[in-house]
Write a protein that binds this ligand. Structure first.
Ligand code: SF4
Length: 369
């Protein structure tokens, strides 16, 4: 029998609703969530196929990794070895790398664990930081008369771009800036500025554009070079009264940034030199650092439900539960908390959830959570 359940799309930080279709054996597909207030019955390609990420390349068993090959083991042996590894180093030589791929509830637990044990906790969100005054509704886009977009919104966050199209139909002027020669957003904008870097664009923002920014304008950005860019955009917003809307990279980047101060890339690389044991929770740091940056770490344990580069580089891997198999919440780019429940109740997934894994580790380390 087919099972249709509403949930939140995990493919970007917009927070669209989707309906997952499954039978009692597997995830079959998606269907737009018709009444969802953010996407109003539309989903983009990344949303429609979000379930494939969790169906292909999945990891079913806790495994020991040897030269990129996964050899099935069992949870008890891996946890025992991991606990021994942690106990053999000082708390500050043990690090946890988390990200906006985790739910708010998982991040709360990771944070509490780290505070109680005294280990290092790292969050890197692609140069994004938590800014104070950002737009709290996508309706702010519809109501704007001038929209400045930094990055390719149409390709990366199509359901936010849909709001731009609606505003444009109501007469809004759209200015796009990006480093591509041409992108989907630039083609659909009134003015396009090609830059070498976001930093260079912000440093040389011309008066003509600044004059367009006022209380009826919004700056939407899904691309930054670094944390300073975020601060600079925030300052431009304050100076001109334009609203600002960062569109973060991961489904719960905003939730993660609300809880944990992010580290910048250079600091992260430096900090990793002092780490002996690293636990990576649903993140692939090889998207932004190199294998060399991890070379001094003696043990890497990764919680991941699918194979990726960092799993191959790890010593052990423990599969967690994909979002469709657990409940929790994500906070989207307009800071709305979105709860979701188990979306595939008829499919058996025997993996422990990330929360159960962390609870088991904390019990062994006598950490009171
Ligand atoms: S815009 Fe983002 S959240 Fe919405 S359907 Fe596409 S990938 Fe999913």
């Amino acid at each position: 029998m087919l099972n249709l359940k509403h949930t939140i799309c995990p493919s970007c930080s917009t927070g669209c609703g989707i309906t997952l279709i499954s039978n009692n054996k597997e995830l079959l597909g998606t269907y737009p969530y018709k009444r969802h207030e953010i996407n109003e019955g539309k989903n983009c390609k990344n949303g429609r196929y979000c379930f494939t990420k969790y169906s292909f390349n999945k990891i079913d068993e806790p495994s020991i990794v040897n030269n990129g090959k996964l050899n099935e083991s069992d949870f008890k042996s891996i946890i025992e070895q991991f606990i021994e590894d942690i106990k053999n180093v000082e708390p500050e030589q043990f690090g946890i790398l988390c990200s906006g791929n985790s739910t708010n509830e998982e991040l709360d637990l990771i944070k509490k664990f780290s505070e109680n044990y005294g280990n290092k906790l790292f969050l890197y969100e692609n140069g994004f930081v938590n800014l104070d005054k950002t737009a709290t509704s996508y309706d702010d886009i519809n109501n704007s008369k001038t929209i400045l977009i930094i990055g390719d919104l149409y390709d990366e966050n199509p359901l936010v771009a849909r709001r731009v199209i609606m505003a444009k139909e109501n007469g809004a002027k759209v200015i796009c800036a990006d480093n591509e020669n041409k992108n989907t957003t630039s083609i659909n904008s009134d003015k396009y500025i090609q830059f070498d870097s976001v930093s260079e664009f912000l440093d040389s923002l011309d008066e003509e554009i600044l004059d367009e920014l006022n209380e009826d304008a919004i700056i939407i950005f899904n691309k930054v070079d670094n944390e300073e860019n975020c601060q600079k955009i925030s300052e431009i917003g304050l100076k001109t009264n334009a609203k600002i809307l960062p569109i973060y990279k991961k489904c719960n980047s905003k939730g993660a940034l609300n809880k944990i101060d992010p580290i910048n890339l250079n600091e992260l690389k430096e900090e990793l030199k002092n780490i002996e044991v690293l636990l990576i929770v649903n993140e692939n740091p090889l998207d932004y650092i190199t294998e060399d940056d991890l070379n001094s770490i003696k043990k890497i344990v990764t919680i991941s439900y699918f194979k990726n580069d960092i799993v191959n580089k790890s010593d052990y891997v423990i599969p967690g539960k994909p979002w469709a198999f657990k409940e929790g919440s994500y906070t989207n780019s307009v800071n709305t908390n979105q709860n979701f429940k188990i979306a595939v109740p008829d499919i058996v997934n025997e993996n422990l959830s990330e929360i159960e894994i962390l609870m088991k580790i904390s019990e062994k380390l006598d950490i009171d959570l």
